[in-house]
Design a protein. Structure first.
Length: 94
């Protein structure tokens, strides 16, 4: 039985509040899957904050960076999800 069939059979037995809760839980876990967390504190860095990347893809937030003596391999800016999908207003020359 496929995952969709199992989900549909479970949905037939769930009350409306249970179904809403299940859908919310699934959407939050999908959002959380793509996020980078600090390996020291577990916090998700905010948009505009810098993340420091160490060996083996270890991500460290700005707050925990001061706890490390070694230099990161690179530093990246945390960008919002709408990056590249935003609308730019262009002014027409008069």
């Amino acid at each position: 039985m496929s995952a969709e069939c199992r989900a549909m059979s479970r949905a037939q037995h769930l009350s409306e509040p249970d179904l809403e809760r299940e859908l919310l839980r699934k959407s939050v876990s999908l959002m959380d899957a793509g996020r980078h967390r600090c390996c020291d504190c577990g916090r998700t860095p905010l948009v505009g904050e810098h993340v420091h990347v160490y060996g083996r893809g270890t991500n460290v937030c700005e707050l925990c960076r001061v706890l490390r003596a070694d230099v990161p391999q690179r530093t990246e800016l945390v960008r919002g999800e709408g990056r590249g999908a935003t609308v730019r207003v262009l002014r027409n020359a008069a």
